[in-house]
Design a protein around this ligand. Structure first.
Ligand SMILES: *[C@@H]1O[C@H](CO)[C@@H](O)[C@H](O)[C@H]1NC(C)=O
Ligand SMILES: *[C@@H]1O[C@H](CO)[C@@H](O)[C@H](O)[C@H]1NC(C)=O
Ligand SMILES: *[C@@H]1O[C@H](CO)[C@@H](O)[C@H](O)[C@H]1NC(C)=O
Ligand SMILES: *[C@@H]1O[C@H](CO)[C@@H](O)[C@H](O)[C@H]1NC(C)=O
Ligand SMILES: *[C@@H]1O[C@H](CO)[C@@H](O)[C@H](O)[C@H]1NC(C)=O
Ligand SMILES: *[C@@H]1O[C@H](CO)[C@@H](O)[C@H](O)[C@H]1NC(C)=O
Ligand SMILES: *[C@@H]1O[C@H](CO)[C@@H](O)[C@H](O)[C@H]1NC(C)=O
Ligand SMILES: *[C@@H]1O[C@H](CO)[C@@H](O)[C@H](O)[C@H]1NC(C)=O
Ligand SMILES: *[C@@H]1O[C@H](CO)[C@@H](O)[C@H](O)[C@H]1NC(C)=O
Ligand SMILES: *[C@@H]1O[C@H](CO)[C@@H](O)[C@H](O)[C@H]1NC(C)=O
Ligand SMILES: *[C@@H]1O[C@H](CO)[C@@H](O)[C@H](O)[C@H]1NC(C)=O
Length: 419
């Protein structure tokens, strides 16, 4: 009895006022209830976020089934304690038209989180229920174009931080995303730490496009101390990603830490600059440290290359590879027909790229090639030191093409075969 009274008193105190000490002053606490029995909790979540959009702490500590788009916007100084589970329904017919369309690569999202000074934490889980989406994609080959576009089959992203500033997301699990796991969209000063991502299929269908993070038109983004188990990029820097830090990551089964793809659309300018990637473990992956840029194109309306811009000041440091097909890769004719690329070199320049202590083993998928730096236009100031990558068999080979600074590489380059 005494214990119960005590608990009630402290709960009441919590509801009245709670000083967070982060400059935001007092915050009211808003608990989100769950309906249970598989009913849709989306409308409740949206209404609590609306009611508690300023100076609040929102508690999501239940098991929530979500069948309605989460659009939580205009937040200001809000803490989100996600200690429960948010699980999206695998309702393809409903989600395809209702998920929020984000234009870039026709991506769509289940949850658009937007505002200023947002802190999400709590050890909970966001479950994308991806298996049904992966199996459907595998069997119908209806990918939409990239993620979405089609209102009959758009695979939404479980969490998008969009049009947001000063956001921290930490201690969250993300499982079974139908598409990319995290999208940082038109945002500034966003940090992710201790995120555990697992997109692993239990059938023979691949977990297509299961990128850990995609960053787009965003500045000052940090991704650190996280574990990613997937089958596409671990972290990917899409057009206009600037001042990015990626550190202390463990990635298994992925397609690497990737700059790009960039330069896909003629008439557009894509910039990726000031990126620092360090202390990475990259296992069983298609790529390690990768830069992918489309070649040029004569058509002013091309969507298969011809874009301009630059990739500049990129560092990959203390990068451990194990069983990786292409540990170090620059491809400036990405997805471009070789003859078109030879005639129209890329209009998107690559310079000031530094590889420091990339070490470990390749898979042998590319024979003895462990480094492949191929530029269609000339790439400037590409340097490497401490490179120590062994192929499973034989002596390592290093391919270079149109690299102006071969004297600043700590290996001897071979020209690509012209077969
Ligand atoms: C989006 O989808 C439409 C229609 O399917 C397609 O024409 C367009 O090229 C796609 N856009 C991008 C950026 O992929
Ligand atoms: C994000 O901001 C842009 C520019 O201010 C605006 O046009 C767009 O509608 C916003 N997106 C969403 C989903 O609110
Ligand atoms: C970035 O966001 C964090 C978390 O909201 C905040 O503490 C920090 O002051 C912000 N940094 C800048 C430069 O605004
Ligand atoms: C995925 O597609 C392949 C070939 O198209 C097929 O053999 C396989 O059975 C499919 N997997 C599932 C789980 O349906
Ligand atoms: C490097 O990252 C791993 C996690 O992958 C972490 O355990 C380790 O402490 C990090 N090392 C440094 C020097 O930060
Ligand atoms: C890494 O992924 C592979 C599949 O690519 C899986 O077999 C293996 O168990 C994973 N390793 C760890 C340590 O999780
Ligand atoms: C990237 O930034 C540049 C310079 O501000 C701008 O011209 C370009 O349109 C932006 N590109 C994209 C894809 O947003
Ligand atoms: C290169 O990028 C890193 C990471 O953002 C930054 O710390 C550094 O100042 C940049 N260097 C230059 C010369 O701009
Ligand atoms: C693209 O590069 C070619 C040379 O390779 C040049 O003639 C053309 O003006 C460039 N186009 C743009 C838009 O920069
Ligand atoms: C390495 O060479 C051995 C003997 O020639 C061969 O059996 C094995 O398949 C090779 N391994 C790889 C990964 O190429
Ligand atoms: C590169 O080749 C030169 C000449 O064959 C040789 O002296 C040098 O040791 C080689 N450097 C490396 C890093 O293998």
């Amino acid at each position: 009895m005494l214990a119960k009274t005590f608990a009630l008193v402290s709960l009441a105190a919590l509801c009245l006022a709670h000083n967070t000490g982060n400059g935001g002053g007092f915050k009211k606490t808003c608990e989100v209830s769950a309906k249970g029995a598989g009913q849709d909790d989306g409308p409740t979540i949206n209404s609590v976020f609306k009611k508690c959009s300023r100076n609040s702490k929102i508690v999501l500590d239940k098991y929530y089934v979500v069948d309605t788009l989460l659009k939580t916007e205009g937040l200001d100084n809000v803490e989100i304690e996600l200690s429960g589970t948010v699980q999206y329904t695998p309702d393809i017919a409903k989600w395809s038209p209702q998920s929020l369309y984000l234009v870039y690569q026709n991506a769509t999202t289940f949850w658009f989180l937007s505002g200023n000074n947002i802190h999400m934490y709590g050890g909970g889980t966001i479950d994308g229920n991806g298996q049904v989406w992966w199996d459907t994609l595998n069997n119908t080959h209806n990918s939409g174009t990239a993620g979405g576009s089609s209102t009959t089959f758009a695979r939404p992203i479980p969490l998008t931080v969009g049009n947001a500033t000063n956001v921290v997301i930490e201690n969250i699990h993300e499982i079974s995303s139908p598409f990319w796991n995290n999208f940082v969209y038109q945002s500034k000063n966003v940090t992710y730490k201790n995120i555990n991502i697992r997109a692993v299929s239990y059938s023979s269908s691949p977990t297509a496009n299961s990128d850990g993070w995609d960053i787009y038109r965003s500045d000052h983004v940090t991704v650190r101390d996280s574990v990613v188990e997937n089958d596409d990029d671990c972290v990917s820097f899409k057009p206009n990603s600037t001042n990015i830090i990626v550190a202390n990551m463990w990635c298994n089964g992925s397609h690497g830490i990737s700059v790009g793809s960039l330069g896909q659309y003629a008439g557009e300018t894509d910039i990726v600059e000031d990126v620092y990637v360090s202390n990475i473990t990259m296992m069983n992956a298609q790529n390690g440290a990768r830069i992918k840029v489309f070649g040029g194109n004569p058509s002013p309306t091309s969507t298969v290359g011809g874009g301009s811009g630059h990739v500049r000041n990129i560092t990959f440091k203390d990068f451990y590879v194990k069983n990786v097909d292409n540990p170090v890769l620059i491809d400036q004719c990405y997805s471009t027909d070789a003859t078109v690329c030879a005639q129209y070199p890329s209009n998107l320049s690559i310079s000031d790229v530094h590889y420091i202590n990339v070490h470990g083993t390749s898979s042998g998928a590319e024979g003895s090639v462990v480094v492949d730096l191929e530029c269609s236009d000339q790439c400037q100031d590409i340097t490497a030191k401490g490179t120590k990558i062994s192929p499973p068999n034989g002596t390592a080979t290093y391919i270079c093409k149109n690299i102006a600074s071969t004297s600043q590489l700590d290996f001897n380059c071979t020209a690509p075969s012209t077969a």
